[in-house]
Design a binder for this molecule. Structure first.
Ligand code: ATP
Ligand code: MG
Length: 407
């Protein structure tokens, strides 16, 4: 039996001349997430239809999971396609009502008819009444409620008649990749995975970079970051995670600098390495989980300095959010439980007791140059090992994907 889903797209339908590019990206992303599962996606004018000709329950579940996890979809519903004649339409409507009534204790309903094909002999209102009559004949205790119905059945008249029950909500946003690719600075905390999710939602494909300070931070911390990247890969086609051996840079800074400057100097060096990886990997931006005033390194003055290591745009989608709001999203997207696992992270381990909150730009820049930190960065870049994640799993471990280059 052929199954169909109607897919509603939101912001993409507002795009002008390049709408087709966004639509193509969305359908490609769906196909990539579905892997071997064969589906046909057709559509136009704000609607797509996904056709699946099969009975495999695991595949059906994967299709529904994918539609709920791909950015760019506002809602989707299982759909019945019939010929545009009133008897077939009535029968399909009655069948959908039977299914919905079997699922829940519904008291009210609504019919919503839409005619893209104006040649159909009944007006939308007449069709509403006809189909409403079908449902009421079957379930006389039901009442019509146009404002807050317990369920609604939609009938769209296009090339054929498409009927469907309530929507399942999608993730909204824009198809991942239509805004290019950015480098997410991914630590093991709560914030950075949320920042990655939010930018992916705006169409940015992601690669991630993690600065590992083994043995000060254990491999459990690395595993935690790997797992966070795996979770993020359930929302985007795939993610590369670049792991930097940051220990030589971090120990040099900690040993040589004024204690209160160490976090800022370390962040500036992380930004600089990220800048080079961004260029080498053909990315267009950096993403961090920084939030204004959260900690000393996230004041305007501190961000001015740490951000000065790159001229790529730095996206900080959490900048105006408080921890509670960020935590709510982390729970929703499934990263929270991993983020709160009690493993050490280098930031807290090397954090000074009294960090600078308002660094003087010229002075801290002078400290950075005086310590000759840049001389250590090419070695850090050469140390990078890359993992590839897709579909919630690591599919490739520890590969050198960056060609050997110097800063
Ligand atoms: P938390 O929830 O503990 O605040 P966090 O990941 O936001 O976690 P911060 O100390 O606030 O940690 O760091 C600010 C930002 O700097 C992070 O969101 C992340 O983008 C980046 N960052 C910090 N440490 C690392 C690291 N070791 N590797 C990669 N990025 C890092
Ligand atoms: Mg933070």
């Amino acid at each position: 039996m052929e199954r169909m889903y109607v897919i509603k797209i939101g912001e993409i339908s507002l795009k002008g001349g390049n709408r087709r590019i966004f639509e193509k990206r969305l359908t490609n992303n769906i196909h990539r997430q579905l892997g071997d599962i064969h589906v046909v996606i057709t559509g136009r004018s704000g609607r797509f239809y996904l056709h699946y000709d099969g009975e495999n329950q695991a595949e059906i579940e994967k299709i529904e999971y994918t539609l709920a996890h791909v950015f760019g979809i506002v809602a989707f519903s299982k759909t019945v396609k019939v010929e545009k004649n009133i008897d077939d339409i009535k029968k399909a409507c009655g069948d959908i009502a039977d299914k919905l009534m079997a699922e829940g204790n519904h008291k009210t309903f609504k019919i919503k008819a839409m005619r893209a094909d104006k040649s159909f002999p009944l007006s939308s209102y007449q069709l509403d009444c006809e189909l409403g009559g079908v449902v009421l004949d079957k379930y006389p205790d039901l009442k019509v409620d146009l404002k807050h119905p317990d369920f609604s059945i939609t009938c769209e008249l296009r090339d054929k008649a498409y009927l469907y029950g309530p929507d399942t909500k999608g993730l909204f946003g824009l198809p991942t990749g239509c805004a290019g690719r950015g480098i997410l600075l991914l630590s093991g905390g709560i914030d950075s995975p949320v920042a990655g999710y939010m930018m992916a939602k705006r169409g940015l494909a992601l690669e991630a970079i993690y600065f590992h300070t083994y043995p000060f931070t254990s491999d459990k911390s690395l595993n935690k970051v790997i797992h966070l990247a795996e979770i993020l890969s359930t929302y985007v086609p795939s993610i590369k995670l670049h792991v930097v051996n940051y220990t030589p840079v971090q120990t040099h800074i900690s040993e040589k600098c004024h204690k209160n400057e160490s976090t800022l100097l370390s962040r500036a060096a992380m930004m600089k390495i990220s800048h080079y990886v961004c260029g080498a990997r053909d990315c267009n931006s950096l993403v961090t989980g920084e939030s204004l005033s959260q900690v000393a390194s996230q004041t305007a003055e501190s961000l001015r300095f740490t951000g000065s290591s790159t001229d790529y745009p730095i996206f900080r989608p959490l900048i105006g959010m408080d921890k509670e709001e960020i935590t709510t999203i982390a729970k929703k997207i499934g990263t929270y439980e991993t983020s709160i696992l009690p493993y050490d992270d280098c930031c807290s381990m090397f954090a000074p007791e009294f960090p600078l909150t308002k660094p003087v730009f010229e002075k801290i820049k002078e400290s950075y140059d005086f310590l000759k930190i840049d001389e250590l960065l090419p070695e850090a870049v050469r140390s990078i090992e890359t993992y590839t994640m897709a579909d919630g799993k690591t599919i490739e471990e520890k590969k050198k994907v960056l060609s050997d280059f110097s800063l």
